[in-house]
Design a protein. Structure first.
Length: 411
């Protein structure tokens, strides 16, 4: 960590580029943001592989942009620092501004309404128990593969009412959608290949969607899209974009929080003990995991009018990147933010779900899945040994964890 700190402080401030995916794969991003928060909370990066952009590293500045969608648009340039390749764009409601955003979001909202979540809880719990009871004792296995991917894939299959035996396709499509095509471990290696795979996903989903359109409305995402007035007649690219959004949103964030949470507890043994001594702390553990892991690293907006932000002048067309990973570590907004504290007084005060009109539609479902995981894990496997840090994804967008070896000791 000392050398990382040195590196972060040894380069000229204007040369700092926090969009490099390597920083997140190597988990060396902390000191760069610490410096930006202190010296340049609204920071202009003139040169990067994604072109020039503004970085917001402090909680209050991020919030200011989140709530001002009139000035900072999701639709003009998309939601990632990397522009979607020309000709291969995929629209979705997260990349829209009102009113279209609000109309499409409203269609899928009911699936995560409190009453529907209460309905789903028993199913989620039963599956979680089955997965946890099937884990091997006293031998090394991959937590990501056996627990995080398995649980979130089952959940996705339920949300879409997708054929159970094909459910791993959902995981694959999610990996394709968020991958950086330049990473060696990426499932696809060009933007065209990525587009083609997502098109295959849309074609398979369209078969199911057309079946649901002919049936009475049901409580699954495809049926809701097929019967929703704002989503009934989506063009192919919009259909591709919205399905990708729902698959990634329902999978990646929860999957990486399931792994990141266990890793955080293993690094903070006193907190892990606190949890074993008082399992009721699961209620505040869950939002603290989501804050500490920050599954979505950043979101981007594009300025549609001149603006002033943190004393800097933002021009029309400028990329403005909200670094959630940094806002969640801002000591002016969160006490002792670099520490993992499972009984924080206000654990929900974090940016991981975004804020304002684009706040994550499935945030309560993500919390429910994590809560059930820890409620069922503690009585069965109170100790899980993490044998090595997680292998992380090469990405500046999703804080992905590809594998993490663990062992459950014999009691």
């Amino acid at each position: 960590m000392a050398t990382q700190l040195q590196d972060a402080y040894s380069i000229p401030l204007e040369a700092i580029d926090v969009s490099d995916p390597q920083l997140y794969q190597d988990d060396t991003w902390y000191p760069y943001f610490e410096r930006l928060r202190r010296e340049a909370p609204v920071h202009w990066c003139r040169e990067s592989r994604y072109g020039p952009y503004w970085s917001l590293s402090k909680y209050k500045d991020i919030m200011q942009v989140e709530v001002n969608h009139q000035t900072y648009s999701s639709e003009v340039g998309g939601i990632a620092v990397e522009d979607q390749p020309k000709g291969l764009e995929r629209e979705s409601f997260i990349r829209m501004d009102p009113p279209k955003h609000d109309e499409q979001r409203k269609v899928v909202g009911p699936i995560v309404a409190p009453a529907n979540l209460a309905e789903m809880e028993a199913t989620i719990r039963e599956r979680t128990i089955r997965v946890l009871e099937g884990l091997p004792r006293n031998e090394t296995f991959d937590w990501v593969e056996r627990v995080s991917i398995e649980l979130t894939t089952m959940m996705l299959a339920t949300l879409f009412d997708f054929p159970w035996e094909e459910r791993r396709k959902l995981t694959y499509w999610s990996d394709v959608a968020i991958c950086n095509v330049h990473a060696p471990e990426s499932p696809v290696h060009s933007e065209q290949e990525k587009f083609d795979e997502i098109k295959k996903m849309a074609e398979r989903m369209a078969e199911l969607y057309n079946e649901r359109a002919k049936q009475p409305p049901k409580f699954d995402l495809l049926s809701m899209l097929a019967h929703g007035r704002a989503t009934q007649d989506m063009p192919l690219r919009e259909f591709m974009g919205n399905l990708t959004l729902l698959i990634v949103g329902g999978n990646d964030t929860t999957r990486n929080s399931m792994t990141g949470g266990l890793h955080a507890l293993s690094q903070h043994p006193r907190e892990y003990q606190k949890l074993r001594d008082d399992p009721a702390l699961v209620a505040s553990l869950v939002p603290e995991i989501i804050r500490y892991v920050t599954p979505v690293i950043h979101m981007r907006r594009t300025a549609t009018q001149e603006a002033e932000l943190g004393g800097r002048h933002i021009r029309v067309g400028d990329k403005v990147v909200m670094w959630y990973v940094s806002g969640n570590r801002d000591p002016d907004a969160i006490d002792d933010p670099d520490n993992f504290i499972i009984d924080r007084p206000r654990p929900r005060q974090h940016l991981s779900f975004g804020f304002g009109i684009h706040r994550c539609v499935g945030n309560r479902l993500a919390e429910l899945q994590l809560r059930i995981l820890w409620e069922e894990l503690l009585p069965r496997h109170p100790v899980i040994e993490v044998l090595a840090p997680p292998r992380r994804t090469y990405s500046n967008f999703i804080h992905g964890m590809r594998s993490m070896p663990v062992r459950i000791p014999m009691h």
